[in-house]
Write a protein that binds this ligand. Structure first.
Ligand code: GLN
Ligand code: ZN
Length: 769
């Protein structure tokens, strides 16, 4: 092959792109449709316009193949359920009556029917709707959405590659439908599902798709031999189809591991692999299986999940190695670009020196195109781009903006003793009991109280300059007074200030810590029409001044009961941000931990006897592969202990997590060495209390007895019953009484009644002790 034909051959592509549009047009259109202000026709036209604009941008940036079918009104896993006809019985009538309304009913529920459950898409902050499958599920192909988008892109004269959730991942992400027999495994439906995929593939081929991508990210997790066999069978069968498009099986978020030999042997035409971070191990793994001779390899060398510029020289080295390992190499991001914001160029407020290091979806697309050109035509063809990239990386590497010698000296000086309380829990609890003097089964809440419209308006007014900081602070204090007065009247034992000053539990702290940046337009889809703007952790972290002390002390000045200080923990501060990639996360976590430790010290010095450090993200950032979990849990728990380890024995440290599934991190919870942990438990009927007890958790526990995800007000009897149930697992002297989570999404009337019932229930049970 001459270098010229090789050049023509290297293609640049992506697996998916942010859906929202530059001005979140998608959110506005969909929510407008829900409110009846936008017609179905207008919704379709707006979104078709967004898709076309995206494809044109991608092509203009130099991509040779654009993805189709990755767009969604709500969620691509829900779209897959529609594509294969896996509609739960309760939604069938609505879907038959009106496909669009039925679709949204599956996503959001209606007065009468519950939506599909929502859960996290692997270890990202995107949430998908969980397919519900049972032995009675009858699949039927409905390729209309895929075909429609393919035709739109082809009509623009573009090479388009439909992207589908692969059949194995689809089944592995599913849960047994209500009423399915216990232990039903959706994967047993594979043989029924494959013919439907075959039909969709044939339809796409007939409509002009040369390639179709099947996403199998579930195969990067450790899989049983049965699951790996299912993958082998799926791709053997799909590969054997006649008249099919070429198949590209994509994996991302980690290395393929044991699934790599399975897919490498399968009769498909190409694999897409992640080569970023720990997934770079795919390179050696690929060599070990003898590469992909005669097949297409799409190399994900640009990080699809973080927002920093690529090291183009390093990526070219990886790509050059890969050239020897596959019949053909193309260039892509490691995953869909759905997980990053759209355009770094829109961030005009970020220091221009730092802005140069940022790459959002648009910038990543250009990097991918550049790399494809460099790989195909030689580095001389991209000399200018390489020079700029090297200069930017050099500036970043040496920048004083991201390096604070004092912070570095402090993290370097950390000793194991800093991450250890001065006394063990059994001795601390004696001191804490003496100091706090609480009755058994103390009642408390998780921190936030309802965020009222007045509060939101006040915050917007402050931002817009309509009110000054003093006025705003007086409103926050007025809110704190109300929250404290209510809690005293309701008879709660350990009070909170209610977090009225916080929009968001991470952003509030990020705005006050050095090293963090905020974006103006950096929206990323969380689920449906919900978008978040994660802060950017760009440099060394420190805390210039106290962040919460004034609110907590104000609350404490109003009551004789203890007021809990309320902080977001270091692991969560990282998990819900874009984190710098120029040093290990463990190091960044240490810096955040030390900054929070200063806040803890100031709260304690101000007389706060109880301090809660929330870590709802501890479990959700758990690495996908078991081998990397111990390392993560070691630094994560150390960061928590570094945050809290400096307090006196009689200062009580609480932590909080929002999950009911803890089986795999019980040891880590113990390693936090918190005095009290509150958890979500109401819906799972206290199962978590059993699990903790079963694991011998020795400290105090507050399994949630009030489900705050629902507007329902639980009666006092019901709450008391849950407490009796909790007492079977946790002895009375170690049991706390609290809701599942914060109350900020609830309305005051429900909260008032529910908390009054909670106090009544605690009093009832105390009498029974
Ligand atoms: N303290 C926070 C609150 O009450 C905790 C929120 C969370 O766990 N997600 O809102
Ligand atoms: Zn919570």
């Amino acid at each position: 092959m001459t270098s010229k034909t090789a050049a023509a051959a290297v293609r640049a592509t992506v697996y998916g792109y942010p859906r929202q549009g530059p001005d979140r047009e998608l959110k506005k259109a969909v929510e407008g449709y829900w409110k009846g202000r936008v017609t179905a026709g207008a919704l379709h036209r707006t979104t078709a316009g967004l898709r076309a604009a995206t494809w044109r941008d991608l092509a203009a940036a130099g991509l040779h193949e654009v993805p189709t079918g990755d767009f969604s009104y709500y969620d691509h896993v829900l779209d897959t359920s529609v594509m294969v006809g896996a509609i739960p019985a309760r939604h069938r009538a609505a879907l038959a009556a009106d496909p669009l309304d039925g679709y949204f009913a599956m996503a959001r529920g209606t007065q009468d029917v519950a939506p599909l459950e929502m859960t996290k898409w692997f270890d990202t902050n995107y949430h998908y709707l969980v397919p519900e499958l049972g032995p009675d599920t009858v699949f039927a192909a409905d390729p209309a959405k895929q075909l429609g988008e393919l035709q739109e892109a082809l009509a623009l004269g573009l090479a388009a590659r439909p992207v589908l959730v692969g059949p194995v991942t689809y089944l592995l992400l599913a849960k047994p439908a209500p009423g399915a027999p216990a232990g039903f495994d959706p994967l047993t439906l594979l043989d029924r599902l494959l013919p439907v995929y075959a039909e969709v593939l044939a339809a796409l081929r007939a409509a002009g798709a040369e390639w179709v991508q099947l996403d199998e990210p579930a195969l990067v997790q450790e899989r049983t031999p049965a699951e790996l066999n299912a993958a082998a069978r799926a791709y053997r069968d799909l590969g054997a189809l006649t008249g099919r498009p070429k198949l590209l099986v994509a994996s991302y978020f980690d290395r393929l591991g044991e699934a790599l030999p399975v897919l490498a042997k399968a009769p498909v035409d190409g694999l897409a692999l992640d080569f970023t971070g720990p997934a770079a191990a795919n390179l050696d793994d690929l060599a070990a299986v003898g590469g992909l001779p005669g097949k297409r390899l799409v190399a994900g060398v640009v990080d699809g999940r973080n927002i920093w510029i690529n090291d183009l020289t390093a990526s070219l080295t990886t790509l050059a190695t890969l050239l020897g390992l596959a019949g053909h190499v193309d260039v892509a991001a490691s995953s869909s670009l759905l997980h990053v914001p759209l355009d770094a160029a829109a961030e005009r407020d970020i220091d221009p020196r730092i802005a140069r290091w940022l790459a959002f979806a648009r910038q990543k697309t250009t990097e991918i195109a550049t790399l494809a050109r460099g790989l195909g035509h030689g580095t001389a063809a991209i000399a200018a781009e390489l020079a700029v990239n090297r200069a930017d990386l050099a500036l970043r590497a040496g920048s004083a903006l991201t390096r604070d010698p004092a912070v570095r000296a402090r993290t370097a000086a950390v000793t194991p003793a800093d991450a250890r309380r001065s006394l063990p829990y059994p001795e601390r609890t004696v001191a804490q009991r003496a100091r706090l003097g609480l009755s058994p089964l103390p009642t408390t809440t998780i921190g936030s109280f309802p965020q009222t419209t007045e509060l939101r308006t006040a915050r917007a007014d402050l931002r817009a300059g309509r009110i000054d900081a003093d006025t705003y602070e007086r409103r926050v204090e007025a809110e704190i007074r109300e929250v404290v007065a209510f809690q005293e009247k309701a008879g709660l034992d350990v009070l909170v200030h209610g977090e009225p000053e916080r929009d968001d539990m991470v952003a509030y702290f990020a705005e006050r810590l050095t090293g963090y940046l905020a974006t103006r337009h950096g929206w990323v889809q969380s689920y449906g029409t919900r978008y978040v703007r994660p802060p950017v952790l760009a440099g060394d972290v420190s805390r210039p001044e106290p962040m919460t002390v004034r609110w907590t002390t104000h609350a404490q000045s109003l009551t004789a009961r203890p007021v809990k200080g309320m902080l977001t923990g270091p692991v969560t501060m990282l998990a819900w941000s874009f984190v710098r990639d120029d040093q290990p996360r463990a190091e960044t976590a240490r810096q955040v931990a030390l900054a929070l430790r200063d806040e803890v010290a100031d709260l304690e010095a101000a007389g706060t006897a109880v301090i809660q450090v929330d870590e709802p993200a501890l479990r959700e950032t758990l690495p996908l592969r078991a081998a990397t979990r111990p390392g993560y849990l070691a630094w994560a728990t150390e960061a928590f202990r570094l945050t809290t380890g400096g307090v006196r024995p009689d200062t009580q440290i609480h932590t909080h997590m929002c999950y009911a599934e803890f089986g795999d991190i019980l040891q880590a919870i113990d390693d936090l060495d918190a005095d009290v942990i509150s958890l979500e438990a109401a819906r799972s009927h206290m199962r978590v209390a059993d699990e903790l007890a079963g694991a011998g958790y020795p400290r105090e526990v507050g399994p949630g007895v009030y489900d705050i995800h629902s507007p329902r007000v639980p009666a006092a009897d019901e709450t008391a019953a849950l407490l009796r149930r909790a007492l079977e697992a946790v002895p009375a002297e170690r049991l706390w009484v609290n809701p599942d989570c914060g109350l900020k999404t609830r309305a005051w009337p429900e909260v008032r009644a529910s908390l009054e019932h909670l106090v009544t229930a605690a009093r009832t049970i105390r009498e029974e002790l």
